[in-house]
Ligand binder design. Structure first.
Ligand SMILES: *Cc1c(COP(=O)(O)O)cnc(C)c1O
Ligand code: SF4
Length: 335
């Protein structure tokens, strides 16, 4: 039996996995038996936005395959340094919709809080790859001003904890935040945007599940998975527990060239996630962030894919294809 003191001195398994995450191009290539000639290109991308990939995610990749759809999401390429001029640092206007540090109020009725600076994984196409997180985290550093803003805006009914990844915060910190939120009567819904149930399923601890279960509002957890191969047995178990705790599970994906840009990929993703209790939400066109141009799928290609997808799936398994435009009052739907 583990004594109480021992249990306290041991870091949680997910914290350990996070600390052991791959954080250099060299280690990533070595883990997958990939040739060293990929290293210089990977290194140049890594200097712009560093590699980060936890082992539970890396273990789902095929060894020896530089085109593996999971690897492509985390392996930097030299292409990231070649940048068309219309690819920007802040393509979706996040900084101009900031109301207090880390609080974005873009759309009617809901605010999005940058809950913390880091993610468990660094996705090469991330639209926040250049977001100045330091000093911009609403939950860790600017708790009081974010709460004050929400309290003063009684037309805000939903709080979205996003990131960075909110699930990197300690459960005690999340609980502290939601306890404080209870004092604001116009809040009716809580939402979490997180990639962690997919990339680091050990984060779904008993304590975390208990927090979800005890929350005073309906909770929606919007996951971020792009490819069916991201879902393994550990992911499914974590998702089942979240569902049993009462969370509504949705998924958003980004349409990425060479990764999930065929209807067959999207159909497999939707069906695999549905088996794990998750419904599709958004399929995003790539945000034109610097360093990501090689992932772009055009709007017309995306629409053609959607037509094929509608033939293959029931309507409730078809995600909404959207594009985010700076200054627009909602994410713009495409057919
Ligand atoms: C995407 C986003 C939301 C959520 O939009 P929904 O359409 O409600 O999913 C809210 N706030 C900001 C700033 C966003 O970028
Ligand atoms: S998990 Fe989301 S916010 Fe974090 S790096 Fe990936 S795309 Fe960006």
């Amino acid at each position: 039996m583990v004594s109480r003191t021992q249990a306290h001195s041991q870091p949680l398994p997910w914290r350990q996995e996070l600390r052991q995450a791959i954080n250099s191009p060299r280690d990533l290539l070595a883990a997958l038996d990939l040739p060293p000639d990929l290293l210089p290109g990977a290194q140049s991308g890594h200097e712009l936005f560093r590699v980060r990939a936890p082992w539970p995610f890396v273990q789902r990749m095929r060894k020896g395959d530089p085109h593996d759809p999971l690897l492509r999401q985390v392996l930097p390429l030299e292409l990231e340094t070649k940048n068309p001029g219309h690819f920007l640092a802040d393509p979706v206007g996040d900084l101009s919709s900031r109301q207090t540090p880390g609080l974005l109020h873009k759309y009617q009725g809901r605010v999005l809080l940058i809950a913390g600076g880091a993610c468990a994984i660094n996705c090469r196409y991330c639209f926040r790859r250049e977001y100045p997180y330091a000093g911009n985290s609403a939950v860790s550093d600017h708790f009081a001003s974010a709460l004050r803003y929400i309290a003063e805006h009684n037309d805000v009914h939903e709080v979205i904890l996003s990131g960075g990844d909110p699930l990197l915060l300690a459960t005690a910190r999340l609980r502290e935040f939601t306890d404080a939120l209870l004092a604001i009567p116009h809040i009716r819904r809580l939402r979490l945007h997180s990639r962690i149930p997919i990339v680091l399923p050990s984060r779904i601890t008993d304590n975390f599940v208990a927090w979800i279960k005890e929350l005073a509002w309906p909770v929606t957890l919007v996951l971020h998975g792009n490819h069916a191969n991201e879902v393994d047995e550990a992911v499914i178990q974590g998702l089942n527990r979240l569902r049993q705790a009462g969370a509504i599970l949705l998924n958003q994906a980004v349409l990425l060239r060479g990764i999930n840009d065929h209807a067959t990929h999207q159909a497999a993703l939707a069906e695999t996630l549905f088996d794990a209790g998750v419904l599709p939400y958004y399929l995003h066109l790539l945000d034109q962030v610097r360093g990501s141009a090689h992932f772009e799928v055009s709007a017309s290609e995306a629409s053609a894919l959607m037509q094929q997808l509608r033939r293959q799936l029931p309507g409730y398994l078809v995600p909404r294809l959207v594009r985010e435009e700076a200054g627009a009052p909602y994410k713009i739907p495409l057919l």
